[in-house]
Write a protein of this length. Sequence first.
Lengths: 456, 329
Amino acid sequence: MATEILMPALSPTMEEGTLAKWLVKEGDTVQSGDILAEIETDKATMEFEAVDEGVIGKILVAEGTEGVAVNTAIAILAEDGEDVSTLEAAAASAEAAVPAVEASSAAPASVAAPEAPTPDLSPDWPEGTPMKSQTVREALRDAMAEEMRADGEVYLMGEEVAEYQGAYKVSQGLLDEFGGKRVIDTPITEHGFAGIAVGAAFGGLKPIVEFMTFNFAMQAIDQIINSAAKTLYMSGGQMGAPMVFRGPNGAAARVGAQHSQDYAAWYAQIPGLKVAMPYSASDAKGLLKSAIRDPNPVIFLENEIMYGRSFDVPDIEDFTIPFGKARIWREGSDVTIVSFGIGMQYALEAADKLAEDGISAEIIDLRTLRPIDYDTVIASVMKTNRCVTVEEGWPVGSIGNHLSATIMQRAFDYLDAPVLNCTGKDVPMPYAANLEKLALTTTDEVIAAVKQVTYR
Amino acid sequence: MAAKRAAKKPNVSGEELTQYYRDMLLIRRFEEKAGQLYGMGLIGGFCHLYIGQEAVVVGLEAATEEGDKRITSYRDHGHMLACGMDANGVMAELTGREGGYSKGKGGSMHMFSKEKHFYGGHGIVGAQVPLGAGLAFADKYKDNGRVTFTYFGDGAANQGQVYETFNMAALWDLPVVFVIENNQYAMGTAQARSTSSQDIYKRGEAFGIPGEMVDGMDVLAVKDAGERAVKHCRAGKGPYILEVKTYRYRGHSMSDPAKYRTREEVQKMREERDPIENVRQMLLTGKHASEEDLKAIDKEIKAIVNASADFAKESPLPDEAELWTDIYA
């Protein structure tokens, strides 16, 4: 049976091309792989090969013809022995390339009056729970140790996590308890060991990858985003990467530009990742335990300055904090201050000082940045009518920018002032002590922003 | 080519040879059909065909056991068919349909099958190398005796993460076979223009990883080498490198005008070294099969491939709700 040879698409974007030259003539016998014609696309001149064997019956489009649409019949291929003289030039009945897709029915953004959300305000632990004082460092170690005791597939790998007991002593004692099979010192090779850990997660383990700091995770960011975050989607749900990438993030002290960067907004942008950035020791513990149990890749952003700070931690077994639930540290009525991680320090200090001036600030700690607990923020802003965000990262595309847009969309009519974002300055981190101080956001800046939005 | 050739009188049954012939032919015909569907606009984006390289995956799959894993880059259709994935599901993924292995959400370069232990299908050159070592890490951790075949090309062999991985795989004795599919061109750049030392398999020496060069146009030579590599890994001796010299007949992707090599070079390979023709001659001269037998196989393969194309055309587009699924487990 004769078949039509169709004008091929020779690039992802080609819609038409020039049939520059025929290299066969009517009556020629062709084999699979023989070059039939040269076709000019917008990018190059390409050779067009035969896929089937047969005899060129009729050439339907003459060489030199421009603007030949993809899928136009350009020749008829007869089977060997078929009488080519009886072939009729078939009309180009090109197969529809792709079934029609109905126009996307995305709903237009709602313009109805926004409804006040009902955030989850349940306490993180039952009233009367005994508490103990712990540093953030100890809380993180306990979270890992408890989860490793509970699940043999959880292991820790990273630079200096085992024999050195952790570059910042977070993994202290873990090698002794779990041995070298589960607490693994890696060479200094972030890209490589991050990739190995993602592969191990595909293979059924639950790795905890410690980056000595998140600055070095930039060497590994391709594996974090392209391999860990996207595989579940790309595989249609067949396999993903249940794992945690953790380590100190943001500015430490006097370590200069390459070692002082907050990645909160970077990772919060990536679908497929979850992102936590705790402030207190109880959140560090409860969120890290949740992160290790989570079947998705989690970015867990710690802070070197916070490691030694002590907080009350509930003294109960199996204490976890869920992702996507903010914590209200302090209730207030005049302004909402939203922060996370070390930014909470400035927010809480500012609230104390503002109280002396008679300004009542509500302080919200987001705790996780993907998912974000929008409802708690919106409900608070509907009450206070003013909002200031505080973070250490750079201003462009910051978490504060994103919250500002969300508040505008969901609580525009409730705002009595623009939302202000306190952020790190738009500069690489300088080394000099005075300049470093200027580059970071400060409690005074938070106070000034609150006074601006409360018109004091 | 200084590659090891299979023994003159191969110790292989007619049944096995016929199987290799069938498996290689399926890949070739499938890829020709994929090229055709691409030309018709049914397959979009990037599409990298495996034509010419069939003996590599078919030979190595013959050296595997159930439970062994494989992972590769974006020239992945051959690997999937060779490990037993269904032609319908692969073709429907190429056309981006609901019946595809990734429900149409992955495409040619991103396909997976947990059931067949195929871990992708990765679009970033070289990124699959640490991932493959990680799969082997998990197997060693579980002490289950499994081996992972980690495929990458001569182009990827110049990525830094490959050597980071060699170091750790050797340090930790991971059961991984690194298969360098050297088809001699990294997209349009000939190996000699990109690679300072031509014998890539020797690059393991610096890490204490044994390696050998293999004639990738000879399915029996590939199988032999694969068996040596697997034996090494299963014995707990750590990784092994196979540099398999092969050749792709088609362009790097569908939109490659292929001006970096001559038509004659391709033609010569096709005529003198074709892996399928090679086995075909062995079957005929060894009197394992007649022309009629082979014709029957050709017909059978053509039917499988045509059915896969029909399935891939008829399978519906994914439901629009699929946009929002599989982002989080």
